[in-house]
Design a protein around this ligand. Sequence first.
Ligand code: GRF
Length: 220
Amino acid sequence: MRRLKVGVMISGRGSNLAALIAACADGSVPAEIALVISNRADAAGLDYAARAGIPRALIAQNDRRAFAAEAEAVLGRHGVELIALAGFMRVLDTGFVEAWRDRMVNIHPSLLPAFRGLHAQRQALAAGVRFTGCTVHFVRPELDAGPILAQAVVPVHPDDDEERLSARILAAEHRLYPLALRLIAEGRVRVIGERVEIAGWQAPDLVAFNPCEPLVSSAD
Ligand code: GRF
């Protein structure tokens, strides 16, 4: 099967990059990570790319248009067909975002459109929601907006702090992003009128309650 060539853009830890690399390597996703771009030389995620033998590009340009021009050049050289943002912490040039319309995805640690921007997990705790999660969406110029491709739901526990909740969401991210990439690589995904249609996939048939009934009553 033909493998979709993906460019991943990171700024830091790179755990989602690692999940995507693993999913492409074990054959569950018909894609290959053809390039990793970082805007920071000290991004720990660059090590995952190095260990997997994936070409890396450091683009430290602060100017948005200059960054976009360098990125276009290197993406073109490596034949990248889809960009996956994975903890990429810079705002991209609008022209670049438009040029990659419906060919660039992002993962965000909330159920969008709730809790856009930084510290989505902290925002969820402050709002007191019982469920949050993560979202893979196509990128639009507006921050953390764009057609939603896939979401995973994560419960908020009564004793959660930001660290515990973030870890629970991150574990879901590492499953959701490879799934989303697989759907795209298999050619099942179409954006129609700012909504995403997925061919041949079902939604789960479940209702989750939080709080849910305790097995043993705490009043006893
Ligand atoms: C993730 O929580 C992702 O949702 C957000 O940035 C974080 C990146 O983590 N956009 P990592 O670098 O993939 O470990």
